[in-house]
Design a binder for this molecule. Sequence first.
Ligand SMILES: Cc1ncc(COP(=O)(O)O)c(C=O)c1O
Length: 436
Amino acid sequence: MIDIKNDPRFRGLEPFPSRVWLASPTMHGDEQRWVDDAILTNWVSTVGKNIDEIEKQIAEYVGVKYAVGLSAGTAALHLATKLAGERLYGMARPNEGTLQGKRVFCSDVTFDASINPVAYEDGEAVFIDTERDTWNMDPEALKKAFEMYPDTKLIVLAHLYGTPGKMEEIKAIADEHGALIVEDAAESLGAKYKLNGKWVETGSLGDYNCISFNGNKIITGSSGGMFLTDSKEDAEKVRKWSTQSREAAPWYQHEEIGYNYRISNIVAGVIRGQLPYLDEHIRQKKAIYERYKEGLKDLPVTMNPFDAEKSVPNFWLSCMLIDEDAMAPQVRGENDYLYRSESGKSSPSEILEAIAAFKAEGRPVWKPMHCQPIYRTHKFITVEGNGRGRSNAYIAGSGVDVGADLFRRGLCLPSDNKMTTEQQDVVIEIIHRCFG
Ligand SMILES: Cc1ncc(COP(=O)(O)O)c(C=O)c1O
């Protein structure tokens, strides 16, 4: 572990008196008002004005007709994935998932909550490699996947760190193959994308769309999520499934499996108080990104990229990628790591350890799903085709794996709205010292 007191590289720098977070909740006071309102009016339940209000406001903001408040982004993704499965393959028996035996093309560099619902519904996630322009699903790899598995009818994709992916290309490929899209906009609420010349919000780009109000997101309810759609029928179905699938009968009558996934009116009160500040949070996050970009420009690193012509990210997390020739040696096991310091070079492990020693929180780039122990046996498709078994004992080279490369060389920087410019300058200085 780095010993900042005795390591001469860090001389003159003091640890932060309190922790600087990766992304923590930023409250404004209005949240308390709506939580109190729920309590004082006795609407302490999964119905109430706060829920109605945030559903209306989010639908307006994102530009969809219907929003259904749910207990988590994961719940929204589950019901979205199930809905897609039912539309494609029909209603499943109670003990079977709607995607049983079916392949689903999935984002690879994402949080596993994006794609776990494919497993909940008994489907087989096939991971699609990542492109370098936005760090999202690569349309070229997706094309390859459809060449290899043309009967696939569902795509689940996320917009990593609040940066929209190449949706125009991906939607065209999906249309060509008659495939549906589940859009995971959990990290990208407020990010915009220019689709066929028209600016739209992420969360409106798929056939089924999901957002999250988890504590680390751009706005939060402590927890919570939403399903977003233009289809009244889909919104009603998700609402029904999320409240235990009750049929119209005087008693508890069930023809479908149900869930207890509805959002609480208390949680919705926090979100109601946060909503007026969404754009302010995005402005703050953008300023953080730009400050890092400027402060790190003399180092052999780049920031997480985006397409400035076609997208406006919400800049949820600022990340950096170390140039290949400036990477110091680093190895990672399943739960541990080793690295070596080298002059003029560094590694994500070293930088993360250094900023942690100063009480700032960073994180490695999300470990790709195809590298996760749980999905190690699942298919992984790159621009070259099959991404498994790429090396050959008798021939040099091991082919493309963009996701693993981003994981190896990339890290998420402290991106908290409340981080001061002085604190950010110290983080930038620590990173410089790592390369010293
Ligand atoms: C990309 C992505 N998808 C889904 C989720 C799950 O959302 P929730 O935590 O609200 O269930 C998260 C984060 O939590 C996420 O980052």
